[in-house]
Design a protein around this ligand. Sequence first.
Ligand SMILES: [Fe+2]
Length: 334
Amino acid sequence: MIAPEVLEVLRQESAFITSPIHGAKHWQTVERNGHYLANFNGADKAVLSYFAYFHDCMRENEGRDKGHGPRGAVFAMKHRDIIDLNDVQFKQLTDACKGHTYGTRPACITINTCWDADRLDLGRVGIDPDASYLHNDEAKRIADECDFAKLINFTVKDKSKQGINKVVFDLDNTLICEKGERVRLGMFELLSSLKSNGIEMSIWTASTRARAESIIDKLGLNEYFIDVVYRDDYDPDATWGKSLPKDIRYSNGDMLVDDSKKNIEFVESIGLKGFHITPYISYVNPEPDLDELEQIHVMILPEVAFKIKRESHLLKRIKRLFAKNKPVPKWIEC
Ligand SMILES: [Fe+2]
C-alpha cells in the first residue's frame, strides 16, 4: 500500500498508467504477489509495494524499452520526500527498479522477491512463468504446479490496520461439536463482535468439502466467514493422524484458533499467533468454557470490551433436565 500522494503523482506523470500490460492493474498484481511471497520469506512489504508501483511507471513504450527500470529509479529519487521508506529500504527500491529487467540476482531477499512478484504476472501477456528464472521456493512451486489460484485469492492488507486483521478458525471441535450438530456456546457472540469490528475471518478445516460445506451452511456460520479452506484444497491425501499443518500464510491469516496443539505449534513456529482452544466434544463437555472465547477476543481486539452473558445455574439445571426428554419450554428461557 503506497501513500495517496504518491498515487496522485503517478496519475499525473506515468504515461501508461491505464495500460493493462504495464499500468496500474499490473502494479496492483505485482504488489499482491510480492506481499504473498513475503509471508513466506520475510521480504520487506513496504519496499515491495513501492517497487510494484514504480518499476514500470516510466515506460516510454510497451515494447523493448531498455531504460525504463533505471528511469523508474530516477522517478523515485525525484519524489524521495513523499516516499515513506528509510534510506536502506529506499536503496533496495531503486536497485530493484534499476535491475528488474536486465540485472543479475543479488543476495537481497527483498529485491529478489520484487523481481519474482513481477515475473509471476507474466500470464497477463500469455507467458507461463518459468521456475528456473525465479528465486523464491514458493514462487517456483507456484510456477511448477501452475497454482496461480493461491495468488488470485490473496488480498493485500491495509497498511493502516495494525495487529491482527484476519483470524482463521478450525471447524470441528473448535467452532462446532464433533457431530457437526451444534455451534460452540458463545461462539456466535464472539464471531459477531469480531465481524462488527472489521476483523476478517475464514474457516480452515481438515474435513472434506462434501462433509463440511452443508454443515457450515446449516448451522448459519456462512455469514461470518469470507472464505473456507477444505481438506480437498490443501491436503487431499491426508489420512487419519497424518496431515499437513494449517499454513495460514496462504490465506494471509494472522492468527489460528484450533483445538489441535500441532496446528497451533506450527503457526507459532512461523511467527504467527495461535490460540489452542479446548476441544468441544458434546458428550464430554457440553458447555465449554466461555472464558476462552473472551481471551481470544482480548488477543484480537484488546481495546474492545467483550463479555459473554452466562446462564444462571438454575437455568442450566432445568435445561439439563429437559434435554434428556424434550426441548425446554420457551417461557423458561425468557
Ligand atoms: Fe512489470
